[in-house]
Design a protein around this ligand. Structure first.
Ligand code: SF4
Length: 389
């Protein structure tokens, strides 16, 4: 194919010669430049499944160490299905989006109940399991089973859009259905798993979001946006939800070298006087089954008033029957959860009273770093900060 600039905004992609050229070039490039990822060395279906679930909404760099540790802890579907949810969430803690772990656990139990522990062998049966969407089913079926199925995530959409659209207007007209058809049309009968992984690697490397690195890209000569030099405008950037700053306080309550953790969805203190109505924003559903530090409700961030965020803890502890308990503020911790930017005032108190007087159902007094507990990244961050005292 010539290197002339694209003359039409959109290349209709029925041309098998172009499709074949992309397959040939990209797979040849993949043979030499594939990323060295641990799950690519372990070729069993179970390992592929765990890696694809972990990679949903989490970076490759964050998943690498966690994937190996998870497989050591739960080496096969029987071990995973037999585990308690507490253990699964503990192994997942720090990866975020904990609903994935709960769904994975449910799916493992379904595989044992429905198939006697044999992992599904069709795309449709994978798609039918909890927590498995079209992308994940396509990735598992192609990589783990060698089936010619497409796996279309945001990176792959970007690459395919650039291959066929020379400008942002054409990219806007490209429907999700057309993208899926385009992806399916490109999957080769031979090496479908390598093909999907090559697309993922291209999207993470040369064809990253923003400014692509078209020089040296293996498919430059069969790419509409690459040939037109318009890659950075294609597809147009998504309209991002603006970040929302919120204010809250967390309590590190200590007793005999232990710290109180409560179920993340539990509200110990329901309001802070003088800060108005709590914000309606609430992500506690993301953390069902996890443990965290007692926290106040969230408030829209305004003036960061430490006295008003500290006072509820004094009132709460005084109401638990042990008289005065000093509450000290230990500064702020910042943390992001989805679109929320949390500014958290850390309060510390030493509790001398009855340990049961401050617990709620599901609470634990834990020692050390809580490495063996399913706790949120925010709680871990605060515990690390206060352990330095
Ligand atoms: S030529 Fe550029 S825009 Fe096209 S696939 Fe390669 S990196 Fe992406």
């Amino acid at each position: 194919m010539s290197m002339e600039p694209a003359t039409s905004r959109r290349i209709e992609d029925g041309d098998e010669t172009t499709v074949d050229a992309r397959r040939h070039r990209l797979l040849a490039w993949y043979d030499d430049h594939a990323r060295d990822l641990p799950w690519r060395c372990r070729t069993d279906l179970y390992g592929t499944w765990i890696s694809e679930v972990m990679l949903q909404q989490t970076t490759v760099a964050a998943v690498i160490p966690r994937w190996s540790a998870f497989l050591q802890r739960f080496p096969d579907v029987h071990a995973l299905a037999a585990a308690g949810e507490h253990d699964v969430l503990t192994a997942w803690s720090g990866l975020g989006y904990y609903r994935r772990a709960r769904m994975l656990h449910r799916a493992a139990r379904e595989v044992v109940d429905r198939y006697g522990g044999r992992l599904p062998t069709t795309h449709a049966d994978w798609r039918d399991l909890p927590g498995i969407g079209d992308y994940t089913a396509g990735a598992i079926a192609s990589i783990g089973l060698g089936l010619p199925t497409a796996a279309v995530d945001a990176n792959v959409k970007r690459v395919l859009t650039r291959w066929t659209c020379a400008d942002d207007g054409a990219a806007r007209d490209l429907t999700a259905k057309a993208l899926q058809a385009l992806a399916t049309n490109h999957v080769p009968a031979e090496r479908p798993g390598d093909w999907n992984q090559a697309l993922m690697d291209l999207g993470a490397g040369h064809c990253r979001s923003g400014e692509p690195d078209c020089v040296g890209c293996p498919v430059l000569e069969v790419c509409a946006a690459g040939a037109a030099g318009t890659g950075r405008h294609v597809p147009p950037p998504p309209v991002r939800e603006t970040s929302r700053p919120v204010l809250l306080s967390a309590l590190v309550l200590r007793r005999d070298g232990r710290v109180l953790l409560v179920p993340s969805e539990e509200s110990v203190v329901t309001r802070c006087r003088g800060l108005g109505r709590p914000s309606r924003d609430d992500v506690s559903g993301l953390y069902v089954g996890m443990l965290g530090l007692p926290t106040t409700p969230w408030y829209h961030a305004g003036a960061a008033d430490t006295a008003k965020l500290t006072a509820p803890w004094r009132r709460w502890l005084a109401g638990r029957g042990s008289g005065a308990c000093e509450v000290r503020d230990r500064g702020w911790v910042r943390h992001a959860i989805t679109v929320y930017r949390l500014q958290v005032l850390v309060c510390v108190a030493d509790w001398a009273g009855d340990p049961d007087a401050v617990t709620v159902p599901g609470s634990l007094w834990i020692a050390g770093s809580a490495a063996d507990q399913p706790i949120s990244t925010l709680a871990r961050k605060i515990l690390q900060q206060t352990s330095l005292e």
